[in-house]
Design a binder for this molecule. Structure first.
Ligand SMILES: O=c1ccn([C@@H]2O[C@H](COP(=O)(O)OP(=O)(O)O[C@H]3O[C@H](CO)[C@@H](O)[C@H](O)[C@H]3O)[C@@H](O)[C@H]2O)c(=O)[nH]1
Ligand SMILES: [Mn+2]
Length: 734
C-alpha cells in the first residue's frame, strides 16, 4: 500500500543516498546499545574487517567492544548521547540521531565517535575488548539473557511474515541496508514467529507420502503394461479412472507437505503499543480499533440466548474497550433479537467487569458456568466464591428474562393492538354518526416495542412493509462509545465490589439492514457487506472480525493475537487471519469426526506453510482496507512462465521518510473510481482513514509502510444523530 505521491526532489535525495550507501566506504561502523541493566554495549566492526561479504560472513559480528557505563569521570563527549541517563525518551532521541547520521552517509556514528576515534584514551581505559570466536556468546546479551533479536539476525531466522534478515533484493528500493545495529538499538521484538513442526512428527509423515507415491507409480505402470485383451475398453476405462484418482490424491497430499505452526508474543505487543513512551506518555493503548460482526437471521432457529452468549463473550474480550465495537446483523428484523440484545447489554454491565475482576476465562457465561473443572482453581481473591454465586444467580435470572421475552412481546402487542382497535372503532363511529360502518374496521395487528411504538421490522402477523425480506432498516446503538480512559468501579457498583475494576463496555449496535422485494440480499454475504458499510461510518475499525451467532471467543486474548500478525513487520501485507473453529457438545468419542481436526489442524496449517489458509466464512479477522478490493501493494512484478523474472512494479513509488506519515490516500487513482462505493462522502472518506490506522507502527526505519507511534491515542467522537442516519443510509436498498 505504498501510495505516496513522492515529489521529485525527495526521490532524488533518496536515490543519491542509496548510491552513497551502495559505495559505502570500508569504514569502521560502531554501534552500541544500552542494555536493560543500564550498561552500554557497543558492537563495532574493526576497520580491517572485510565488509564485502555483507552480513553473511562468519567474522562479521564476533568482534565487539564493551563500553563501561558512563561514570562521572567517564562521560561521553558526544552531544547526542549526553542525556542518556534519563530514560527512554533520550534513548529514543539518540536513536533517531543515530539513524539520521547514518543516512546522511556520515562515517561517524554518535556512539562510534566516543567509542573509538574522539573518545580518546579516557574511554579506552574503561574498555575491554573482547575477541571471541565462540558464537554462542553472541547469542547472549550483556545481561545474560538469550537475545532473541540477535539470534534471529545471525541465524537469518524467519518469523511471521517476512524475515528477520531482510535480503537486499527485498529492499523496495530504499537504502535500508539493515545492519546488526538496527536490531540492537530498538526493542524490536518480533510479534509472531513461525514454529516448525518437529521433524519427529513430520519426517515419518513425509516418508509415508513418498513411499505411497513410489508404490502408486509401480502399481500404475504394472496396470498399464498388463492390459486385459478380453475387455480392452473396460481395462482402458479403469486405467483412466485410476490415473485420475492418483492425480487427485497427489493434488490433495502435496499441499500438506509443509505444515507450520505460528506463535504470537502478547507481551511484546503490549510493550510496543501500551507501554508509556515519549509518543505515548500515559501508556494509553495505541492499538488500532477492531469491529466485530455477528450475524443472525432467525431467532427461532438461532436462539437469542445463544446469540446473547456470543455477544457477551465479545463485549468481555480482552482488548482496549475504547477500541472495540460490536455489531449484530439481524437478517430477520426480529423484535425478539432486538430485545434480547438489549437485555444482553444490560447483563454485560455486570458480567464484563466480573470477568475482568476475576480473570475469568471462557467469557461466554453459558460455557463458563458449565465448565467441568474446578472454578476456584487459581482464584485468589477471597470474594470470588461470593461473586461467582451472585453472578450465577444473576445469569439464571437473565436466562429466564430472555426466555420470557416472546411471551412478553406477544402480550404487550395484544393489549396495545386492542387499544388501537378501540380507538379506531370510536373514531369510525364518530365519523359514521354513532354506528360502526358496515364493512367493519380494519386495523393491522402491529408488533409493539416496549416504548409503545410499532416495531419497524418484521411483525408477528407479517404485513407488507413489516415482513421478512420487506422491512425498513433499523440501527440502534445499544451501548454508547465508551470513555477513552478506564472508568473504575465503586465498592457496591451493581451489588458487586468493583473497586479498581474498569466497568466500561465496548460500543454495541444492533443493525437490521433494509430489505425490499426485488432486491437480492445475498444472505450472510450481504449481511456482512452492510455491516462493513454501516460500521465504516460509526466506528471505522481498521480491522474486522466476523462470527456466526453461535460462535464465541474461547480465548479472550484472541483479538490481541490477531493483532500481533497484523502489526508485525510486513503485517501491512496481511489481508486476513483465519482463526480455527473448535466445537462444543460433540459426543466424547467423536464418531463422526465433528471436531474437524484434519481440516483445522492439518490442512489449514499446511496451507499456511504454502501461501496462507483459506477463509472459512467465520472467525476471521480482516484488514478493512483489503476488503474494499484494492490491489495489494507490489514492489516487484514477477514475469515469465514461473515468475522467474523479477522487475520493479511500474506504478510502485518509493515512499519517502516523512511522507509515509502524512500521505493521504485520496490521491490514489483507485479512490476516484466513480461510484464504486456509492455516493456517501462520509463512507468514501473513511476508506483512507481505515487504511492508515491499520498500518503497523513506523518505529523503525526498516518499516516500509507504517504510521507513527501514538497516532491512535485520541478519543473517538461520540455518535450524533446525523452520523447514525448516514450509517442507515449507506445500507439502504436505494
Ligand atoms: O440470510 C442469512 C442467512 C444466514 N445468515 C447467518 O449466516 C451464518 C451461517 O449460517 P448457518 O445457516 O448457521 O450456516 P452453517 O452451515 O451453520 O455455517 C457454515 O457456513 C457458514 C457460512 O459460510 C459459516 O459462517 C460457518 O462457519 C459454517 O459452519 C449464521 O450466523 C446466520 O445467522 C445471515 O446472516 N443471513
Ligand atoms: Mn451455523
Amino acid at each position: 500500500m505504498q501510495m505516496a505521491t513522492s515529489s521529485k526532489p525527495k526521490g532524488k535525495a533518496l536515490s543519491s543516498q542509496a548510491s552513497t550507501a551502495g559505495g559505502r566506504p570500508q569504514q569502521a561502523v560502531k554501534f552500541a546499545r544500552r542494555t536493560s541493566s543500564g550498561r552500554i554495549v557497543s558492537f563495532s566492526q574493526d576497520e580491517d574487517m572485510d565488509l564485502s561479504g555483507e552480513y553473511s560472513g562468519q567474522n562479521d559480528y564476533i568482534n565487539y567492544t564493551v563500553v563501561m557505563p558512563p561514570t562521572p569521570d567517564n562521560q561521553p563527549a558526544n552531544p547526542s548521547s549526553e542525556n542518556k541517563s534519563d530514560g527512554t525518551k533520550s534513548r529514543l532521541g539518540s536513536d533517531q540521531a543515530q539513524h539520521r547520521s547514518r543516512q546522511a552517509g556520515s562515517r561517524e556514528d554518535s556512539y562510534g565517535s566516543h567509542g573509538g576515534s574522539n573518545g580518546g584514551s579516557k574511554m579506552e581505559r574503561g574498555m575491554s575488548i573482547m575477541k571471541s570466536n565462540n558464537k554462542s556468546m553472541l547469542l547472549r546479551s550483556q545481561t545474560g539473557d538469550f537475545d532473541h533479536n540477535r539470534w534471529l539476525f545471525e541465524t537469518k531466522g524467519t518469523y511471521g511474515v517476512g524475515n528477520a534478515y531482510w535480503s537486499e533484493g527485498d529492499n523496495y528500493g530504499r537504502d535500508t541496508e539493515l545492519s546488526m545495529s538496527d536490531f540492537l538499538d530498538k526493542p524490536w521484538k518480533p510479534l509472531t514467529r513461525k514454529i516448525k513442526v518437529p521433524a519427529a512428527i513430520l519426517s515419518p509423515y513425509r516418508i509415508l507420502i513418498l513411499i505411497r507415491l513410489v508404490v502408486l507409480f509401480f502399481f500404475l505402470s504394472w496396470r498399464v503394461r498388463n492390459p486385459n485383451p478380453d475387455a480392452t475398453w473396460l481395462w482402458g476405462m479403469s486405467i483412466v479412472c485410476e490415473i485420475w484418482f492418483a492425480i487427485s490424491w497427489i493434488l490433495d497430499i502435496f499441499p500438506k507437505f509443509n505444515p507450520i505452526n505460528r506463535s504470537t508474543d502478547l507481551a511484546a505487543l503490549r510493550d510496543k503499543f501500551e507501554k508509556p513512551s515519549p509518543a505515548n506518555p500515559h501508556g494509553r493503548s495505541d492499538l488500532p480499533g477492531v469491529d466485530i460482526f455477528v450475524s443472525t437471521a432467525d431467532p427461532e432457529k438461532e436462539p437469542p440466548l445463544v446469540t446473547s452468549n456470543t455477544i457477551l463473550s465479545i463485549l468481555a474480550a480482552d482488548y482496549p474497550v475504547e477500541k472495540l465495537s460490536c455489531y449484530i446483523s439481524d437478517d430477520g428484523g426480529a423484535i425478539l433479537t432486538f430485545e434480547a440484545m438489549a437485555e444482553a447489554v444490560r447483563f454485560a454491565e455486570v458480567w464484563v467487569p466480573f470477568c475482568r475482576k476475576h480473570d475469568i476465562e471462557l467469557r461466554n457465561p453459558d460455557s463458563y458456568f458449565n465448565l467441568k473443572t474446578d472454578p476456584t482453581k487459581n482464584k485468589k481473591r477471597p470474594d470470588f466464591v461470593k461473586d461467582r454465586r451472585w453472578m450465577k444467580r444473576e445469569y439464571d435470572e437473565f436466562k429466564v428474562r430472555i426466555n420470557g421475552l416472546p411471551e412478553a412481546i406477544r402480550r404487550r402487542s395484544k393489549s396495545l393492538n386492542s387499544m388501537e382497535m378501540k380507538k379506531a372503532k370510536s373514531l369510525a363511529r364518530e365519523k359514521n354518526g354513532g354506528d360502526l360502518p358496515p364493512e367493519g374496521v380494519d386495523v393491522p395487528k402491529a408488533t409493539w416495542m416496549a416504548d409503545g411504538t410499532p416495531w419497524p421490522g418484521t411483525w408477528l402477523n407479517p404485513t407488507d412493509d413489516h415482513k421478512k425480506g420487506d422491512h425498513a432498516g433499523i440501527l440502534q446503538v445499544m451501548s454508547k462509545v465508551p470513555a477513552n480512559d478506564p472508568v473504575l468501579g465503586q465498592p457496591d457498583e451493581k451489588k458487586l465490589d468493583f473497586t479498581g475494576v474498569d466497568v466500561r463496555i465496548p460500543m454495541f449496535a444492533y443493525v437490521s439492514r433494509e430489505k425490499r422485494p426485488g432486491f437480492d440480499h445475498n444472505k450472510k454475504a450481504g449481511a456482512m457487506n452492510s455491516l462493513v458499510r454501516a460500521s465504516a461510518i460509526l466506528s471505522n475499525g481498521p480491522f474486522i472480525l466476523n462470527l456466526d451467532c453461535d460462535h464465541y471467543f474461547y480465548n479472550c486474548q484472541a483479538i490481541r493475537e490477531g493483532m500481533c500478525f497484523m502489526m508485525d513487520r510486513g503485517g501491512d501485507r496481511v489481508c486476513y487471519i483465519q482463526f480455527p473453529q473448535r466445537f462444543e457438545g460433540i459426543d466424547p468419542s467423536d464418531r463422526y469426526a465433528n471436531h474437524n481436526t484434519v481440516f483445522f489442524d492439518g490442512s489449514m496449517r499446511a496451507l499456511d506453510g504454502l501461501q496462507g489458509p483459506v477463509y472459512v466464512g467465520t472467525g476471521c479477522m480482516f484488514r478493512r482496507y483489503a476488503l474494499y478490493g484494492f490491489l495489494p501493494p507490489r514492489a516487484n512484478e514477477y514475469l515469465g512462465v514461473f515468475g522467474s523474472t523479477k522487475r520493479r512494479a511500474p506504478d510502485f513509488k518509493v515512499p519517502s521518510e516523512d511522507e509515509s506519515e502524512t500521505q493521504s490516500l485520496t490521491s490514489h487513482p483507485d479512490l476516484n473510481l466513480p461510484r464504486k462505493f456509492g455516493n456517501s462522502a462520509m463512507f468514501n472518506e473513511s476508506i483512507a482513514v481505515a487504511e492508515y490506522q491499520g498500518r503497523p507502527l513506523a518505529d523503525h526505519k526498516s518499516v516500509k509502510n507504517g504510521r507513527p507511534p501514538g497516532a491512535l491515542l485520541l478519543p473517538r467522537p461520540p455518535l450524533d444523530a446525523p452520523t447514525v442516519a448516514e450509517a442507515i443510509a449507506v445500507i439502504s436498498c436505494w
